[in-house]
Ligand binder design. Structure first.
Ligand SMILES: Cc1cc2nc3c(=O)[nH]c(=O)nc-3n(C[C@H](O)[C@H](O)[C@H](O)COP(=O)(O)OP(=O)(O)OC[C@H]3O[C@@H](n4cnc5c(N)ncnc54)[C@H](O)[C@@H]3O)c2cc1C
Length: 378
């Protein structure tokens, strides 16, 4: 283990590894500290969907910018690392399973139609069944969006960290236990009895970010939100669409990934702490929507059910940028259900900030000051 790095990133998920990659390609000496293994939590178990058209709010520009960065970077990171991220491109269809969904979705189509990079259209039930006869007959239409990306987020995160390593980054599988300051300036990271001296630290602890409150003397308002996914044996003739609908009070997707399995989910459960035990209730809820969208799924065997944790903030938006009052300390967390999509743009923005003190990525709405009550450190 090096005793000095320019920058230490704590957390080896999609966010931390993307930051490390961007710093490493810019020539910084950089170490990533991960207490379990790379992508061993949500970044390794996410649905792997990149769809910037599905959400509203302040993050929309970053979702689109990051999607374009994925398009530019995916080949390069896979080539550099030799790891296949199992990338597929396919249309997304938001199915209207009730009459009430129709108006909601037609309004949503008007919103999506402004995005120049995505062709979108309203489909009548007959059009949908012509495209994919395995979709239920019992539907009222849907919104088609061309084309989203589906990948394996475990492989992608691993590929990003491996590529960073090949650009000179160091991966240390240890738990970070503290930050060392001299007059409120970061000078190192504590790993139990050991330390790495550094000029800057980036906190990318995902749902464990709250634990860093002790290191900062400021509350980091990030909580874990449990999400479960179910994988079923797939169709011999693969399903060529990412399907999603709103049914029984929740949104859920069904899609066949490059691993051949049909993935369905996910649930969103707040307030269950760091519990990651899959539940029968989630299996039932996810299956009922999946079967409602594709009745044949009733006969498909469940191969795996997983649970992992999204990092969520009180206002639902991430925390990105400097930590107020601490020189050389940065944070990138709170990406909720879009962390795989957002990883490239966050990687670039934080790398810019650390190395040059500024970034042209507009992360100004996502500063820590909105929670810490302190003004931005200029
Ligand atoms: C069910 C589900 C489905 C999802 N589907 C999608 C999707 O389709 N598309 C999408 O864009 N997003 C999706 N997400 C969201 C996405 O997975 C997360 O936003 C993203 O993985 C968060 O990445 P992260 O790096 O911040 O956190 P994590 O992946 O949780 O990584 C944080 C890391 O920090 C490490 N760590 C914590 N404390 C310490 C310490 N003291 N020392 C060293 N290391 C430490 C942890 O071990 C962990 O590896 C989904 C999430 C869930 C739960």
């Amino acid at each position: 283990m090096r005793t000095h790095s320019d920058v230490v990133i704590i957390g080896g998920g999609a966010v931390g590894t993307s930051i490390v990659y961007h710093l490493a390609i810019n020539g910084a000496s950089v170490t990533i500290v991960e207490r379990d293994s790379i992508a061993s939590h949500a970044s390794g178990f996410s649905g792997g969907l990149l769809n910037p058209t599905s959400e509203i709010g302040k993050l929309v520009p970053l979702h689109h910018q990051s999607f374009r960065m994925h398009e530019e970077m995916l080949d390069r990171v896979q080539e550099e690392s030799g790891i296949d991220a199992q990338v597929l491109r396919m249309p997304h269809i938001e199915l209207a399973l009730t009459e009430d969904d129709v108006e909601v979705q037609k309004a949503d189509l008007r919103r999506i139609s402004y995005f120049p990079d995505f062709k979108s259209d309203w489909l009548e039930p007959g059009d949908i069944r012509k495209l994919e006869p395995r979709i239920t007959e019992d539907l009222y239409g849907g919104v088609l969006v061309e084309d989203v990306i589906i990948l394996d987020s475990y492989n992608l995160t691993l590929a990003t960290s491996r590529a960073a390593e090949l650009h000179g980054a160091e991966i240390v599988l240890r738990e970070a236990t503290g930050i060392i300051y001299e007059n409120d300036r970061v000078v190192g990271v504590e790993l139990g009895p050991d330390r790495i001296n550094c000029d800057a630290v980036v906190l990318a602890l995902g749902p464990w970010s709250g634990a860093a409150s002790l290191w900062l003397d400021i509350d980091v308002p990030v909580a874990p939100q449990k999400g479960e996914l179910v994988r079923l044996e797939g169709f011999d003739r693969p399903l060529g669409f990412h399907l999603r609908s709103h049914y029984s009070g929740m949104h859920s997707s069904a899609y066949q990934k490059a691993d051949g399995l049909l993935w369905m989910g996910a649930t969103r459960m707040d307030g269950s702490g760091f519990d990651t035990v899959p539940t029968g209730d989630a299996l039932e809820r996810i299956s009922s929507i999946g079967i409602r969208m594709i009745p044949e799924l009733e006969s498909h065997r469940v191969v795996l059910q997983t649970a992992c944790l999204r990092p969520v903030t009180p206002d639902g938006d991430p925390i990105l940028g400097r930590v107020p009052g601490k020189d050389g300390l940065f944070i990138a967390t709170g990406t909720a259900g879009q962390g795989i999509l957002l990883a490239p743009v966050i990687g670039r923005a934080i790398s810019d900030l650390v190395t040059t003190g500024e970034t042209d990525v507009d992360i100004s709405p996502f500063g820590f000051e909105r929670f810490s009550g302190q003004g931005p450190d200029l």
